[in-house]
Design a protein. Sequence first.
Length: 221
Amino acid sequence: MDGKSDRRAENGRDSAGASTAEAQQALTGARLRAALITSADVPGYVVAGGAGAPGASGPEASLTADRPACRPLSDPVSSRPARPRGAGVTAAVTTRGALGDGELNLLLLSAHRTGEAAEVVGGITAALEECRSFGATDGEGGTRHFAVRPAKAPAAGDEAAAYVMTDTGDTARGTATVTVVRTGSSTATYVTVKPSGDPGGPPLAVVRAQHAKLAEAAVHQ
C-alpha cells in the first residue's frame, strides 16, 4: 500500500472493520451532535459547546474570499460556504488548566452530501497550490487581508489538509492553523489559535478521538 492507503487502513475503520470511506450517507443533525467528543473522551482537555450552525464566532462567521480559487480556504470557518452543509455542530476544545498562553481549538463538525466532504479537502489542497494571499469580506462588511501557507496535516481520518492563515492587519493575534479532517461524508474542522507564538495544530489525541466517534456514527446510523 502507499502511505495514504496505509493511513486509511489504520484510521478509516470502525471497531467492526467497516471502512468509513464507504459510509457516505450524510449524518443527521442529531447524529452529528451525538458524535461530538466530550471531555470524557479526551482526558486532559475540556470540550465546551455542542451548538448547531457551524462557523467561527464574530466577523469570521461569514468570511468570504474575494478570489474564487481561494474560496476553499475561507469556507471551512464560514457560515456561508460555497457548498452548504447539511448539518453542523460547533464546540471549543481547550487544554485542562491552561492559562493565558494555552491553545484554543474551535471544532466544527459538518455533514455533507455524498462526495462533497472529499471535495472540501481536495479543494483546500488545490487552493494551497496557487493561493498565498487573498482579501475577504467579513460579517461586518469590512475587508481583511490574509496570508496563507501549507501546514502539516495530522495522520488521522480518511484524509486531511491543513494550512496557516494570518490576518495581515493583526499579525500579533490574527494567526490560526486551520485543519480539516474527513471521516466518510463528514468533516471535522479545527481552528487552532494561541495568544503568542506559532499556533501549531490540534492535538492528535483529540483528532483521532473525534474521527473514531464520527466513524462509529456513520456505520451505525
